[in-house]
Design a protein around this ligand. Structure first.
Ligand code: NAD
Ligand code: MG
Length: 384
């Protein structure tokens, strides 16, 4: 039996992971599940999968979770340190699907164990890609990307032909405001921003998709995962979300990965790798597609792409600062404290005011992340 842990099991990726694992009770045994606010779901998942340990990051939810699991032989813990400890427990395969930089420390704990890391938490690579990738090499950890685009690239990148790659084509749906004017975007509500046309996801990544910061984060993610410079990574808007990304080679071949937009496909791929396993995803029927279209992104309307590429060129400290400012700005937008277009403006202002000293370990990354969060909150206060 393969032992499994899921960090962030109650989120969109976490729930989809549980949905795959529960289909194979004889193949997988669950070590730890972690969540945050939704302890009802966490307790339900723990019972369903017969987990050994369950952790809520929120200490004030401990008693509620403990009561929900009364009588069950499941170890219940709470707090950030307990989430990290859960990540430290030995498991053959761990899904990292906490949202935001909160996933960095637990993900690093998984990396240091040297087994398999299924990585959905892209912010870990945006904050600390150099440090994390170095630790992955040192610990001989197997890293399988879960982000649909990166799973697609992972599947179409011929490992012994890496030198023959001439471009990575990173596809983007364009989000809910792809065809809207800047004028329209000035006054959009959080409800409009999280209503993604093709994918059902958590609130933060949905807003990131609407600003296209998500694609900016994914350029940085691809840079660290596959080692190609920003000049080789080309973003293509593809509103149907059928081609999940592609790799172009020097002989003119383009290997693309297709499928319906359903995260259970890349999750099943990561779970089964190097084999393929069954996923309940609806099979793609090419005859029902009215067409597949691709276009260059409009960086004037969606400046997040330019901001992210510039940050990547400045290095890891800049991308860490960009990520922290973005997380705070997205939170302020969801709480209706700032407008939609202010999100990327704030990120850019924070980057302009920052200087970038080199970060060599996770403590230094966390310090910069925390400091940037405070600065961004102050800036948002001064906006009003
Ligand atoms: P989500 O908001 O639905 O779920 C987040 C999970 O993290 C939940 O289990 C929550 O309890 C936990 N969590 C939140 N704050 C926490 C904290 N401070 N400490 C510990 N745990 C905390 O998010 P999601 O959409 O599932 O996305 C998760 C990650 O996967 C993100 O990094 C996102 O960019 C990435 N991702 C998501 C999708 C998708 O389809 N949803 C696709 C690709 C990549
Ligand atoms: Mg993606």
């Amino acid at each position: 039996m393969k032992t499994i842990s899921i960090l962030g099991s109650t989120g969109s990726i976490g729930k989809n992971t549980v949905d795959i694992i529960r289909r194979y009770p004889n193949l997988y045994s669950v070590v730890a599940l972690t969540g945050n606010q939704n302890v009802e779901l966490l307790a339900e998942q723990a019972k369903l999968l017969n987990a050994k340990m369950v952790v809520t990051a929120n200490k004030t939810k401990y008693k509620e979770l403990k009561d929900l699991l009364f009588g069950a032989k499941i170890d219940v813990e709470a707090g950030d340190e307990a989430v990290k400890n859960a990540a430290t427990l030995d498991a053959d395969w761990t899904m990292s699907s906490i949202v935001g930089a909160a996933g960095l420390i637990p993900t690093m704990a998984v990396v240091e164990r040297g087994k398999t890391l299924a990585l959905a938490n892209k912010e870990t690579l945006v904050c600390a890609g150099e440090i994390v990738m170095k630790a992955i090499k040192e610990n001989n950890t197997t890293l399988v990307p879960v982000d649909s685009e990166h799973s697609a690239i992972f599947q179409t990148l011929e490992n012994d032909q890496r030198h023959a790659v001439d471009r990575i084509l990173l596809t983007a749906s364009g989000g809910p405001f792809r065809e809207k004017s800047v004028e329209f975007m000035k006054s959009v509500t959080p409800e409009q921003a999280v209503a993604h046309p093709n994918w059902s996801m958590g609130a933060k990544i949905s807003v990131d998709s609407a600003t296209m910061m998500n694609k900016g984060l994914e350029i940085i993610e691809a840079y660290h995962l596959f080692g190609y410079g920003v000049e080789k990574i080309e973003v293509l808007v593809h509103p149907q979300s059928i081609v999940h990304s592609a790799v172009g080679y020097v002989d003119g071949s383009v290997l693309a990965h297709m499928g319906n937009p359903d995260m259970r496909t890349p999750i099943a791929y990561a779970l089964g790798w190097p084999k393929r396993i069954e996923s309940p995803t609806n099979r793609l029927d090419l005859t029902t597609l009215s067409g597949l279209t691709f276009m260059h992104p409009d960086e004037k309307k969606f400046p997040a792409l330019r901001v992210a590429k510039e940050a990547l060129q400045k290095g890891q400290t800049a991308t860490c600062i960009m990520n922290a400012a973005n997380e705070i700005a997205v939170g302020a937008f969801l709480n209706k404290k700032i407008g939609f277009l202010d999100i990327v403006k704030i990120v850019e202002l924070i980057l302009e005011k920052s200087h970038f000293s080199r970060l060599t370990n996770i403590s230094e990354v966390i310090a910069v992340d925390q400091e940037t969060r405070l600065k961004t909150k102050e800036l948002i206060e001064s906006f009003k």
